[in-house]
Design a protein around this ligand. Structure first.
Ligand code: ADP
Length: 349
């Protein structure tokens, strides 16, 4: 955990879109929208979910299983909670890494209440054996439990209460097809536009007891990597700054606080800049393979791929090609470097 007793997180990467520590979890709990109507942005997904939930309610059945895909911090957990909340269903939270054996999953599934929503975060990290058990559970609300060992082992079928599985993944591509196919609906969450993040912040500020200028909110929104979790986190740092310096939470406070935390004008943080810097200076703009890149910045390949790259791709600094990652002309310009004449350009690939 990275939190101290004063409620400040220390040593965390401010723009890491993953949750860091219990203090942040508590803050997030307070800031989470409770209904689809309160959920900002993602209009298409919201409309689709609304339809799915209303139809299920009309027919008095559990809603179809739902897969939520997208980078961290965009609202997957929040949506899972809303799916339960909208229809007053109980919610069980679990995660792929917590399900290391089929038995772990069997314990969860067999204790679900009728109509319960089961949220499995990072579902792509679940054990293979559990995945197979999940296929049957999703389709027939039934699992087979193995009793005994070796030649005498038999499988005993166990009926489950009907439930709705909400799976979340940062890497939909890693899910095996049979699992992906068993979700009735897959939502791909997109990065948020600045005006949407401004709405998220406008809602969050009074919940944090913060009186803040509109211009300051707009500035934070512009530096939040299209991600509500980061927007809320930056807001808290600006609040701290205003508190400690006894000033207003205004534009000057935003500039000063974010400079202190090394978040640049377009929201890039240290790791983003390091990734771009390595591609541009060490590999002449690329192509460079994901693993080489990850080793060069001292991060896991999964973090670089699921956390860092999606935003760099979205702002047009990076393209993923079959031969590796390539920096774009916009990236060369942003970092004030001259595009080399030698080496491959995008057109060669
Ligand atoms: P994920 O599960 O995708 O990592 P979360 O659902 O935990 O993301 O969201 C992270 C934080 O961002 C939560 O505190 C939540 O309040 C906020 N948030 C996410 N999406 C929205 C949204 N559409 N509107 C308002 N707040 C949001």
């Amino acid at each position: 955990m990275n939190a101290d007793l004063t409620g400040h997180e220390s040593e965390i990467e401010l723009t890491n879109p993953r949750v860091e520590g219990d203090v942040e979890l508590a803050f997030e709990g307070a800031l989470r929208p409770q209904s689809l109507a309160e959920f900002v942005g993602q209009e298409k997904v919201r409309g689709q979910l609304q339809l799915l939930l209303t139809a299920a309610a009309m027919q008095k059945r559990t809603p179809d299983h739902i897969l939520l895909a997208g980078p961290p911090g965009l609202g997957k957990t929040t949506l899972a909670m809303i799916v339960a909340h909208e229809d007053n269903r109980p919610l069980r939270m679990s995660s792929g890494p917590a399900i290391q054996h089929a038995g772990d999953l069997a314990a969860v599934l067999s204790s679900l209440m009728p109509g319960e929503v089961l949220f499995i975060d990072e579902i792509h990290r679940m054990a293979r054996s559990a995945e197979e058990m999940l296929y049957l559970a999703m389709e027939d609300f039934r699992i087979d439990i193995m009793v005994g060992k070796g030649a005498g082992a038999t499988s005993v079928p166990l009926e489950l209460a009907p439930f709705t599985l909400v799976g979340a993944t940062t890497r939909a591509g890693l899910l095996p097809n049979p699992l992906r196919d068993r979700f009735g609906f897959t939502a791909h969450l997109e990065f948020y536009a600045e005006h949407e993040l401004e709405q998220v912040l406008t809602r969050a500020a009074p919940l944090l007891g913060l009186d803040i200028e509109r211009r300051a909110l707009a500035e934070i929104a512009g530096r939040s990597r299209g991600t509500p979790r980061i927007a809320n986190r930056l807001l808290r740092r600006v609040r701290d700054y205003a508190l400690v310096h006894g000033g207003r939470a205004d534009l000057a406070a935003v500039h000063a606080a974010l400079e202190l935390y090394d978040v640049d004008a377009i929201g890039l943080d240290r790791l983003d800049r390091e990734v771009m810097n390595i591609i541009l200076t060490r590999f002449g703009g690329g192509p460079v393979g994901l693993n080489t890149l990850a080793v060069s910045v001292g991060e896991e390949a999964e973090t670089v791929e699921a956390v860092v790259e999606p935003f760099l791709v979205r702002i047009g600094f990076l393209t993923r090609t079959p031969r590796g990652r390539v920096a774009t002309a916009a990236a060369w310009r942003h970092f004030g470097l001259d595009h080399p004449q030698v080496g491959l350009t995008l057109d060669d690939l």
